[in-house]
Design a protein around this ligand. Structure first.
Ligand code: PLP
Length: 389
């Protein structure tokens, strides 16, 4: 079976909510993947910031294999050592012993959980940002600040006010003593790796504290080392009330967490929320193995160095206007609106990237992507830019 056979079967059997994928990926190791035609690619997108250690990493494979052979799933009537170990790790990474963790499977679900948690303050109003992405379930879609994704599905949750990302003045005007929560991405990922002004999170924190509103950091894309820190907000020095993580957390398996910090962690009571698969022994085994591997191999420091390497080498390429982001979440802004052509040309030359918006290429490779692979990417990017220009 070739790519074209799979494409035909896909359209005969799957819904048309996604654009028809041109290639079918069948195997991979590290940052290298192969399609059904046997073509090799460097995976510079990492399943959209998800495969933090690439494909079939030995630490993840052995942890998952060991666990699935031992015990598959336990319901929330029982506890499991892996869920406890991962929660312990996450609590430690927040730097606050009072933090508590709720596990689910996807980013949308943990943002839903954050909405419910914020209702326990007795307030219902929410402030979110224009252009943001928080998921596609009815609650998380109500937070998502992109009309193209929302219009077919109104009415959504009431009482969600969107203000421009990065605009402290407008945010402060919207946050008041009736605000339950403010939700923000430290760097807007889906929108095209948009970095806010330096003191933005600090000022949002102050406005939330002043009004008694929860500050929810959506670190679904920027969490678990992606930006060279465990959670994408850390550079700002703030302490959030709630952190949501997903994408990279399961190292390629479906796993998400809402981490409530400080006294916010006490808001849920038994019966308030739940998830059948939350804290599954196999997905949490993958996560524990990946986080420990990242710590042991000092990968966060490497990610910061990789960012500096990409900024200095990719910014210099003709047709590139800016390289932004942090760690290995990188937006390459182009002078012209040709990101789809550039992404297609890169794919033809064996590099998978994403055209996040008409003039931005987004890359989010595995955190352990090698210097050699990054060098090859830079070289090919340069070739592609001179071809299309
Ligand atoms: C991807 C993403 C989500 C949604 O995650 P799903 O797992 O697709 O539900 C939410 N927030 C941010 C910032 C994301 O990047």
């Amino acid at each position: 079976m070739k790519n074209k056979d799979f494409a035909a079967l896909w359209s005969q059997n799957l819904m048309s909510n996604y654009a028809l994928p041109s290639i079918t990926l069948v195997k991979g190791k590290g940052s290298i993947v192969f399609d059904a035609d046997g073509k090799r690619y460097v995976d510079m997108l990492g399943g959209i910031a998800t495969n933090i250690l690439g494909h079939s990493h030995s630490a993840v494979v052995s942890a998952v294999t060991r666990q699935i052979k031992t015990l598959s799933h336990v319901s929330n009537f029982y506890s499991h050592p892996n869920a406890i170990e991962l929660a312990q790790l996450l609590v430690r990474l927040t730097g606050d012993k009072q933090s508590r963790v709720f596990f689910a499977q996807s980013g949308a679900e943990v943002n839903e959980a954050a909405i419910k948690l914020s209702r326990k303050t007795g307030r219902t109003r929410i402030v979110a940002m224009t252009g943001s992405f928080h998921g596609r379930t009815m609650g998380s879609l109500s937070l998502t600040g992109q009309n193209s994704k929302r219009t077919s599905f109104v009415p959504l949750l009431k009482n969600v006010k969107h203000v421009p990302f990065g605009d402290v003045k407008k945010a402060k005007r919207a946050i008041n003593s009736r605000t339950a929560m403010v939700i923000v991405e430290p760097i807007m990922g889906e929108a095209g790796v948009i970095v806010p002004p330096l003191n933005y999170l600090k000022e949002l924190r102050q406005a939330c504290t002043k009004n008694g509103a929860l500050l929810v950091i959506d670190a679904v894309q920027t969490g678990i080392g992606r930006t060279g820190q465990w959670f994408g907000y850390e550079h700002s020095g703030i302490k959030p009330d709630v952190i949501t993580v997903a994408k990279g957390l399961g190292a390629g398996l479906p796993l998400a967490a809402m981490i409530a910090v400080g006294k916010t962690s006490q808001l849920f009571e038994p019966g308030d929320h739940g998830s059948t698969f939350g804290g599954n022994p196999v997905t949490t085994a993958a996560s524990v193995a990946a986080i420990k591997w990242i710590e042991k191999n000092k990968i966060l420091i490497k990610c910061k160095a990789d960012f500096r390497f990409l900024v200095s080498n990719v910014s210099a390429i003709s047709g590139v206007s800016e390289v932004r982001g942090a760690g290995l979440l990188v937006g390459i802004a182009l002078q012209k609106n040709i990101s789809s052509e550039v992404a297609a040309a890169l794919q033809a030359k064996g590099f998978l990237v994403n055209a996040a918006n008409p003039n931005t290429i987004r890359i989010a490779p595995a955190l352990n992507v090698s210097k050699k692979e990054l060098n090859q990417f830079v070289k090919t990017f340069k070739e592609v830019m001179s071809d299309v220009n």
